[in-house]
Design a protein around this ligand. Structure first.
Ligand code: GLA
Length: 695
């Protein structure tokens, strides 16, 4: 396929299905599976993810027969295949002949075979065999009519995302040499004059194993970058083979939601389709809120293109301490949420529940009780319902708000113990900021700190610890063209080498925000301070900063208690023409405080806000050139009544709206209407006012 035309999954419907492990079952069961898949509306399965040992039982001696047969059985049943390259786990014979490919932990202990992913990402032996196996799979099945997508490896970084073995150290040194050129460059970047860490030979540098005390922070940050890159190289190695042998087949690897360890901006750039595995905890009534942020990331990784939820649980998982099942209707609403956020389908781990091994208590679309199982009944019902949503395939989510996700800042602000406070948590900040925007009614895209910010009215940056001039310039340009930008605490602190910016934070963001941080002022454990915003006090238990405010910067909130009482806590600096503004929030406000601040920010951007709020209500619009598909979801057990535009058709029921909609427990509607200039903004009904009927 021509270079710039994106390859896409070979499937002309919303994807529905799951991981399938036929090598755990007899041929008789395969035939039954094919029948039941057809009955449930399954059109795609992922396999054979962990089957390398079954496909190559002895070095070089392949056994393709069983997989040939499975692929044919599925194809005849109309089920396509997300074909794994089977490189997620090495066979035991490879490990035993090359024990040096086993990964090491931070304490220098070698991890044993006996689980999965038992490999060091940098191992040359592993890489050689991975390339060989990938080629063998591509040559064997590249022409199979059922092949819809390549599924490379599985969840890179699951179990082993960093390896501290000698091979990794050698690879780390090569990576450092490429980054810094020579040892002087490295020594300068790492600030080695502190604690006497100057290196006089490359071989002296090791992966940062546990040391006598806090390790050099830049070494740690570089090791995070390197480790993400090492897995990306492994991914790229397979992609290169697949592009050579099967240039027309799209490639993916399944992500693990908003994961700290891998820079998914880079991973997504290497593949054709973003896919994700998401496991919101059914025990958490608010799990759909961080899920929404996760899905916002997935659709944004390729600039708004549809992605695919490749794994979720039909009910319980088996890897939490307590694995609560999904209540009736929960799997449906969770699936609809992912689709609402741009997923072109809903897939599961796994199709048939295992009877042995590590995941026998993990739910599946087809539970241990078979056709009678509740999970199969719900699977079948949802499979039928999905047919009614065919039109949303390929449409894109409309969002006016974006949140900056920057892995360097995540790593830098968490890799080292040498920080002002261990309580300021990058992920918690991102989630809290997103939760406020979610509650106020806005789906949130994610974006890099360099943009593009086109199409957004509000951009929020919960944390940009590592910041540079290019990011500052892009953010400033956004404000200059009228955008509302909100930057969070401990941003603009260091450059890419973890050297504090000249003059301190917020470094390159100083003139944009119009503030200077004299000193971060973390709050002691157990102490609760308050911030005053428009006369209301909000809790602040984690972090504050001594701010100096430039002329032309307005103070929007002040510390109300503690040593900083009376000083600025949140500021707003209008752009030259006053249309845009750069806000800075130096505190970690309790949720109500964030809501109050973001209400103001959204209003300044001319965007509506939901009032009253109910975080169980979620409304998202996917659109094409002519139609808006507005998903209205009730994630809670209590009924919600919402005001909706009249005359739209609910694709799930075929009924036309008359201005008001009541959604029961885990209820959902997908409203199709001609495309409007702005996506419909759905609010809770004021039940005292009669509904407005269509004229
Ligand atoms: C991950 C893996 C699957 C399975 C599920 C269980 O997503 O990719 O193989 O282990 O977890 O939840």
């Amino acid at each position: 396929m021509a270079g710039d035309i994106p390859r896409s999954i070979r499937l002309d419907a919303l994807a529905y299905g799951g991981d399938y492990n036929p090598d755990q079952w007899s041929e008789e069961v395969w035939l039954e599976d094919a029948r039941l898949m057809r009955e449930a509306g399954v059109n795609l399965v992922s396999l054979p993810v962990f089957s390398w040992p079954q496909l190559e039982p002895q070095p070089g001696a392949y056994d393709w027969g069983w997989l040939d047969r499975v692929m044919d059985v599925l194809w005849e049943a109309g089920v396509r295949i997300d074909l794994a390259t089977a490189t997620a786990t090495p066979p035991s014979w490879l490990i035993r002949s090359h024990p040096e490919m086993l990964p090491w932990d931070e304490d220098g202990r070698r991890l044993e075979f006996g689980s999965r992913q038992a490999y060091c990402p940098s191992s040359p032996v592993w890489r050689e065999h991975v390339a060989r196996m990938t080629r063998a799979m591509a040559e064997r099945y590249g022409e199979h009519p059922g092949l819809a997508l390549w599924h490379v490896s599985n969840e890179y970084g699951d179990h082993v995302s960093r390896c501290w073995c000698p091979e990794s150290s050698a690879h780390f040194r090569r990576w450092l040499e490429a980054r810094y050129g020579d040892l002087d460059g490295l020594n300068d970047a790492w600030g080695v004059n502190v604690w006497g860490q100057r290196y006089t030979a490359w071989e002296h540098i090791e992966a940062p194993r546990r040391a006598t005390g806090p390790v050099n922070p830049t070494q740690l940050l570089d090791f995070e970058r390197f480790s993400s890159d090492a897995l990306l190289e492994l991914f790229q190695l397979e992609i290169d083979v697949l592009r050579e042998v099967t240039p027309d087949i799209a490639v993916t690897t399944n992500f693990m939601s908003l994961l700290r360890d891998l820079d998914y901006w880079d991973f997504a750039a290497a593949e054709d389709l973003v896919t994700d595995d998401a496991y919101p905890d059914p025990a958490d009534p608010d799990a759909h809120v961080p899920a929404a942020l996760n899905y916002g990331l997935m659709r944004s990784l390729k600039g708004g293109r549809p992605w695919l939820l490749l794994e979720q649980a039909a009910s319980a998982v088996s890897w939490r301490d307590v694995n609560v099942p999904k209540a009736p209707g929960r799997m449906r609403i969770d699936s609809l949420q992912a689709i609402a956020h741009g997923s072109d389908g809903a897939m599961f781990f796994q199709w048939r529940q295992a009877r042995y091994g590590q995941e026998k208590f993990h739910s599946a679309m087809l539970g241990h009780r078979g056709e009678a199982s509740r999970s199969f009944q719900e699977t079948k019902a949802f499979g039928a319902e999905l047919q009614r949503l065919a039109a949303v395939r390929g449409t894109r989510v409309r969002s006016r708000v974006a949140l900056v996700v920057d892995w360097d800042s995540w790593w830098g602000s968490s890799a080292t113990e040498s920080l002002p406070s261990q309580r300021l948590n990058w992920l918690a900040q991102a989630r809290a900021w997103h939760a406020a925007l979610h509650a106020l009614g806005h789906p949130v895209d994610t974006v890099r700190a360099t943009g593009s910010f086109d199409g957004y009215d509000v951009v929020v940056v919960p944390n940009l610890y590592v910041a540079d001039a290019a990011q500052a310039a892009a953010l400033a340009a956004f404000v200059a063209r009228g955008g509302q930008l909100v930057v969070g605490p401990f941003s603009g602190v260091v450059d890419a080498t973890e050297t504090v910016h000249d003059g301190g934070a917020p470094g390159p963001l100083r003139s944009l925000l119009g503030v200077e941080v004299d000193e971060p002022w973390p709050i002691a454990d157990g102490q609760a301070e308050r911030v005053d915003l428009d006369g209301v006090g909000f809790g602040n238990a984690v972090w504050s900063e001594w701010l100096e405010v430039h002329d032309g910067t307005e103070v929007r909130a002040r510390y109300a208690t503690g040593e900083l009482a009376g000083r600025a806590a949140a500021t707003r600096r209008p752009s030259g023409d006053g249309a845009g503004a750069a806000w800075y929030l130096s505190a970690v406000l309790e949720p109500a405080g964030l809501l109050a601040l973001f209400r103001e920010v959204l209003a300044a951007a001319g965007l509506p806000v939901r009032s009253p709020i109910d975080s169980n209500l979620e409304a998202i619009t996917r659109s094409d050139a002519t139609t808006d598909y507005t998903f209205v979801l009730n994630h809670g057990r209590d009924e919600l009544t919402v005001d909706v535009p009249s005359g739209a058709e609910d694709l799930l029921t075929g009924i036309r709206t008359t201005g008001r909609l009541t959604l029961g427990r885990f209820g959902a509607a997908v409203l199709a209407a001609p495309r409007a200039d702005t996506a419909p903004f759905i609010t809770l009904s004021d039940t005292l006012t009669p509904p407005t009927e269509a004229p």
